[in-house]
Design a protein around this ligand. Structure first.
Ligand SMILES: [Zn+2]
Length: 332
């Protein structure tokens, strides 16, 4: 390992004990308003657990977050091995096509330099830019997953809480965050670090669920994007713009791509129905292999129903995930 990584490993015990203010004090994590309303109550449907969690919504900026979230020390119970397997499988599965659109979007604004992927998992995204004009870095919570990322991409990967990573100011041309911001206790503190680490003119790319999407409204407490209690904050184009503008970023691109969580959300609805009827459904954390007939029906539904809906929602800016690019100003 390089000397940079040796320095990093000494700093790993630093934790995010400071990152809890908003949830505790009943003020909005994004704008600080105390005009809060109840949004919904739901359990961890991924593991099919019983404990209920409450989401509150800020009337001022539309930010949504988890009231009384688990303490950081308790989060290990919620980030299970099944959860990590699901993330790693999703990130690595046909990596080149999985990340094609994201790589294309980023390359419109930056063509090389130092790239940091926060929440890099086993390096699914980093592997698609490896060996090109990028010097790669990552941040990952789990050591064995980070080792896979290092081995497959050659990236320098810091293990631990992102805000504790010892990167110097103005280090990166690009910082990417795939499905990360919603897991962070203090988005404001996290994004302040991102801004500090970016070079002037550097870009921040992020993707996360869109709490103002059609699917979120349709499925309510059964929406797949809720991921309780691992998702602590829930964003929309509106609340993200508010936050990024406040922190001094310039908007480059805000859109909702043509993807869909309909199948996963419908699975949660099906599980609830089965439980009400006295059955014990299989949790999505332990998926069963699909049969041939199931795969044919699924493909048919995707082509005829789900993809057209996803396309229309995307055009309307109401897709289930929001994808953004913001720039750190050249001088401020
Ligand atoms: Zn707010």
């Amino acid at each position: 390992m390089s000397s940079t990584l040796e320095i990093m490993s000494e700093l790993q015990p630093a934790n995010n004990a400071t990152a809890k203010s908003g949830q505790q004090s009943g003020t909005c994590l994004i704008c600080g308003s105390n005009e809060l309303g109840e949004l919904l109550v739901a359990p961890d449907r991924f593991h099919l657990r019983r404990q209920m969690y409450r989401l509150v919504r800020c009337e001022n900026c539309s930010g949504v977050w988890l009231a009384s979230p688990p303490q950081p020390a308790e989060m290990g119970d919620h980030y299970t091995a099944d959860y990590h397997n699901a993330i790693v499988t999703a990130g690595e599965g046909s990596a080149a096509s999985r990340w094609k659109d994201q790589v294309k979007l980023i390359s419109q604004y930056k063509s090389g330099g130092a790239l940091l992927d926060i929440g890099c998992s086993s390096g699914g995204f980093l592997s698609t830019v490896k060996g090109s004009v990028w010097k790669l870095y990552g941040i990952e919570m789990e050591e064995s997953t980070a080792q896979r990322a290092r081995a497959t991409t050659g990236a320098e990967v810091f293990v631990g809480d992102a805000v504790a990573a010892p990167f110097l100011p103005a280090s990166f041309d690009v910082i990417t965050c795939f499905d990360v911001l919603e897991h962070v206790y203090s988005p404001r503190e996290f994004l302040t670090k991102v801004r500090e680490w970016l070079k002037p003119g550097g870009i921040y790319y992020a993707m996360m669920p869109n709490i103002d999407s059609w699917e979120a409204r349709l499925f309510g407490s059964h929406w797949f994007g809720l991921e309780l209690p691992r998702h602590l904050g829930h964003f929309s184009p509106r609340s993200l713009r508010y936050l990024m503008n406040e922190l001094g970023f310039e908007e480059v691109c805000v859109k909702t791509p043509a993807v869909s969580y309909i199948e996963r959300s419908a699975g949660y609805v099906g599980s609830s129905l089965l439980e009400k009827l006295g059955f014990s459904p299989t949790p999505q954390s332990r998926p069963k292999p699909r049969g041939v007939l199931q795969r044919i029906v699924r493909k048919g539904l995707r082509m005829t129903v789900i993809q057209p809906i996803a396309y229309i929602a995307s055009i309307a800016g109401a897709g289930p995930c929001v994808e953004v690019v913001f720039r750190k100003p050249e001088s401020r």
